[in-house]
Design a protein around this ligand. Structure first.
Ligand code: PMP
Length: 450
């Protein structure tokens, strides 16, 4: 029998972990996970952790979900992978049909990649190339929102705006045009989300007016800027943005990698604004959190702009080895079928209310600046002082205290700076929400004392 310690020792000799200062692990324990079931992860010594963050927001129907696991198992016996250039397979066709039917109207074509960042790269390149194929050679730039996040590969990093991840690589990056985010945490006292998001839109309108002729697309995370601290805004912003992009002849890229598949209360966040983007990027929940797969959906007119005789060299010559992997597609089909069969979104509404109720007592906490929520994402912003929403200096790593308290009490919370959030798998039960919230409340009090 392997023990936690044994695996951790072996790990430290050979593994370099993502998004980590490895030196922290001299004092911060690495948690080796042996198995998962539902919202629970179990280590080698029998310790259990409630996965309140869905393992980086990918898991939606529970770890080791039997229905998804069985579908992958069945597919494994048929075909593990095949090149998708010149060849096709049933899972990729079936999944594409399902995605076209489930996403907002007008999105009719699916281009597959294998992770979120790659999907963003595809959307950026496709948008640029679309305009090029139309002879619009001046369109080479992208508009992005402050505090946005679209991934870590160089193109995706460039159109994001989280300094912690981006600044180091500045010399390597494209230069997007950055416009103020509609983030409602920053709204003036007395104004509501709708007013604030609408007012902030004026800057976007001005920017489009000035830069439309050199801009390929505006890229946004609909409703929630997740990696930027679960900052949220009103759907009205998206409605205004869609209309303006049409008016100015600029594409709209909706990065629903984190918010798609029911996270914000609707199947896709764009639905809450009643809009359809020109490109929609999906990943994470796409496979229920089982396998890496991503897809960019786009419209007929985009597809048609690349469709010509080979010698025109208009084709989109972009590929990844594992594009449209059949196992990933099988997992995604099973995930879509679970949505199709059940009352997932309805049940999520009940769970979302339960999460809100479970942290209600924090509303008056002297170090809680805001509790905000869009569906199955609930975030609690810890502040040094509520007056003026004064932040705790990042060097104090207050969130880390919450993280450690969580682990010591069987809950995986992974705050983003000073923001503690819940983004659990949808199979969570009400008593598990109570546990998650209790541990978070204790952790916040501990982290903000002194
Ligand atoms: N876009 C958004 C909105 C994301 O939240 C993420 C991942 N956190 C990405 C893109 C990148 O996805 P991946 O980590 O799979 O490259």
């Amino acid at each position: 029998m392997i023990t936690n310690q044994e695996l951790v020792d072996r790990d430290r000799r050979v593994v370099w972990h993502p998004c980590s200062q490895m030196k922290d692990h001299e004092w911060l324990p690495m948690i080796p996970i042996r198995r998962g079931e539902g919202v629970w992860l179990e280590d080698f010594d029998g310790g259990r952790y409630l996965d309140a963050v869905s393992s980086w927001w990918v898991n939606i129907f529970g770890h080791a979900n039997p229905r998804i696991a069985n579908e992958i198992r069945r597919q494994l016996g048929e075909l593990e992978h095949v090149i998708l250039a010149g060849f096709t397979h049933e899972p990729v066709v079936r999944l594409s049909e399902m995605l076209v039917a489930a996403t907002p109207p007008g999105l009719t074509r699916c281009f597959f990649a294998d992770n979120g960042s790659s999907a963003v790269e595809v959307a950026l390149k496709m948008s640029f190339h679309y305009w090029l194929n139309q002879g619009r050679t001046r369109k080479t730039r992208f508009i992005t929102l402050s505090n946005s996040y679209h991934g870590e590969t160089l193109g995706a990093l460039a159109v994001g705006d989280v300094a912690l991840y981006k600044d180091t690589y500045g010399p390597l990056l494209l230069q997007p045009i950055t416009v103020q985010s509609p983030d409602c945490f920053l709204r003036e006292a007395g104004s509501d989300w709708r007013e604030h998001s609408t007012r902030v839109f004026e800057e976007m309108e001005k920017c489009l007016d000035e830069h439309a002729d050199e801009t390929c697309a505006v890229i946004v995370e609909p409703l929630v800027q997740c990696a930027g601290g679960m900052r949220m805004y009103h759907p009205e912003y998206l409605r205004l943005l869609r209309a303006a992009c049409d008016r100015f002849g600029v594409h709209l890229i909706a990065d629903e990698i984190a918010v798609g598949f029911g996270r914000t209360g609707t199947m896709f966040a764009c639905e809450q604004a009643g809009i359809s983007p020109d490109f929609m990027c999906l990943s994470k929940g796409l496979t229920g959190g089982f396998l890496p797969l991503s897809v960019v959906l786009t419209r007929d007119h985009v597809y048609d702009a690349f469709y010509d005789d080979y010698a025109t060299l208009k084709a989109f010559l972009h590929s990844h080895s594992y594009t449209g992997n059949p196992l990933g597609c099988a997992a995604a089909i099973a995930t879509m079928e679970i949505f199709g069969d059940g009352n997932v979104l309805e049940r999520n509404r009940v769970l979302a209310e339960c999460m809100a109720g479970a942290v209600e007592e924090l509303v008056d906490h002297p170090h809680v600046g805001e509790i905000r929520q869009h569906g199955m994402i609930l975030a609690i912003e810890m502040v040094k002082r509520r007056a003026g929403m004064e932040e705790f200096p990042w060097q104090e790593r207050r969130g880390l205290t919450v993280y450690r308290h969580g682990l010591n009490n069987g809950v995986l919370l992974r705050p983003l700076g000073n923001v503690v959030y819940f983004m659990p798998p949808y199979v969570i039960e009400e008593d598990e929400i109570m546990t998650m919230a209790r541990v978070a409340r204790e952790g916040i009090s501990l982290a903000t004392a002194g």
